[in-house]
Design a protein around this ligand. Structure first.
Ligand SMILES: Nc1ncnc2c1ncn2[C@@H]1O[C@H](COP(=O)(O)OP(=O)(O)OP(=O)(O)O)[C@@H](O)[C@H]1O
Ligand SMILES: O=C(O)c1ccc[n+]([C@@H]2O[C@H](COP(=O)([O-])O)[C@@H](O)[C@H]2O)c1
Length: 186
């Protein structure tokens, strides 16, 4: 599952858990973006990486990859998938989890058609967005309904900046990390 995770929240974690169970996946690898070229200014990659590690540490099937943050230049999923293929080998089956919002824009991503040959995409429901695969190649995507979590990183950041609580929107350790590092204080 790729994401900017600025910060990682329970919407990400619930989606990953549901997809892991649905496909009986050996692992879910969270891949924080290095330079998400479509987003504006984001928190330092090491902070986003560490929050992702903290949030996933208790789940033995969850892992975090530095592949995107250690690669120079803008982050493209085609590179993420090539790296994952190199690490996990040609026999492994790769899935790439995306929320409904990301899936709707996916044909605009770099080398989109090649991405579909490297992984099977899993589109998950997200409150406020329509989930559809009508625009995508047949059999390239499976749509999965996940428990509705009306949480976004944007809202978590805005709440933190305004001094409102983010408890229970993000894991406890992530709240503590945000406070310790003074993230999103504006
Ligand atoms: N609440 C959610 N439910 C399901 N999927 C989600 C949810 N939030 C994010 N995702 C998906 O997780 C992936 C990573 O998302 P990202 O890190 O950009 O979080 P975000 O909440 O969308 O961030 P931002 O508000 O900063 O844009 C994307 O595929 C996104 O669609
Ligand atoms: O490959 C691309 O062109 C591309 C464009 C936008 C987003 N992505 C990927 O989509 C995932 C979610 O991105 P984001 O920006 O919504 O956190 C993350 O893994 C990004 O690298 C990929």
């Amino acid at each position: 599952m790729g994401g900017t995770f600025d910060p990682i929240h329970h919407g990400h974690l619930v989606a990953a858990s549901e997809v892991q169970a649905r496909f009986d996946l050996d692992e879910v690898v969270f891949v924080p973006t290095g330079q998400p070229y479509e987003k504006g200014k984001v928190s330092p990659a090491e902070d986003r990486y560490l929050m992702t590690v903290i949030a996933t540490a208790s789940n033995p099937r969850f892992h975090v990859s530095r592949a995107d943050i250690d690669r120079d230049g803008p982050t493209y999923t085609i590179d993420t998938l090539r790296d994952m293929r190199a690490i996990y080998g040609g026999d492994s089956k790769l899935f790439f989890i995306t929320g409904a919002d990301a899936l709707s824009r996916i044909l605009g991503w770099k080398s989109a058609m090649e991405m579909f040959s490297l992984a099977h995409f899993v589109g998950v429901t997200r409150p406020g967005f329509e989930l559809t695969d009508e625009h995508l190649p047949r059999d390239s995507v499976t749509l999965v309904e996940v428990p509705a979590m009306a949480i976004s990183s944007t809202d978590c950041r805005a709440r933190a900046t305004a001094g409102k609580p983010v408890w229970y929107l993000v894991p406890d350790g992530v709240v503590q990390y945000i406070n310790k590092r003074g993230l999103y204080r504006g």
